[in-house]
Ligand binder design. Sequence first.
Ligand SMILES: N[C@@H](CCC(=O)N[C@@H](CS)C(=O)NCC(=O)O)C(=O)O
Length: 190
Amino acid sequence: MKLIGSTTSPFVRKVILVLEDLGIPYELEQVRSLTPDGAKQIGKYNAARRIPILETEDGSIFDSTIICEYLLEKQGKQIDVKTKLALRLIDELCDSCIILFQQKLWECDLKWESKFSQVQFERVKSILASLEKKVDKGGLHQMEKDWLLCVLDWLSFREVFNWKKGHLALENLYESLKDKERYQKSAPRT
Ligand SMILES: N[C@@H](CCC(=O)N[C@@H](CS)C(=O)NCC(=O)O)C(=O)O
């Protein structure tokens, strides 16, 4: 299978973790999604111009969650609705964090002063607070831990903001996971 993605993207990393877990061989075609040339290159595979995209025997599949579900379904595994909702919340967190990063990267709103950035940041804070409570109670599914690690590691890698402040349970979970061998191969790098 061919995975169109990058070694920095938290959404691509989710897919890599599932591919590695299931022992599915794949080759990674590196693209730079946030550059005009990269977007054009991705556009050859999918009109939405976002990564990841997985080229499979069943055709080209986009959206990290749909790709993960496809890979699991192929092995006869289903994700229940409760877990899907928990995972969706982490995707919401990731989406808003990426938007905030882009606001700085593209110099649209360097200090997140606009209403638009503030709404994104409030969403991020609200989701982090709810995850902090959940982690404190020890109630995370393995895939939630994986997806959360992808987001938190990317936030640290890109220095988007100090997510650790006020989130001790999340920080402890992050510290206990990040150096594990299972996450090392896909750790964010340029
Ligand atoms: N919902 C999508 C989001 C993917 C996404 O936002 N990917 C980023 C890279 S981490 C991207 O391609 N951004 C390019 C853009 O927004 O133009 C998924 O889960 O695959």
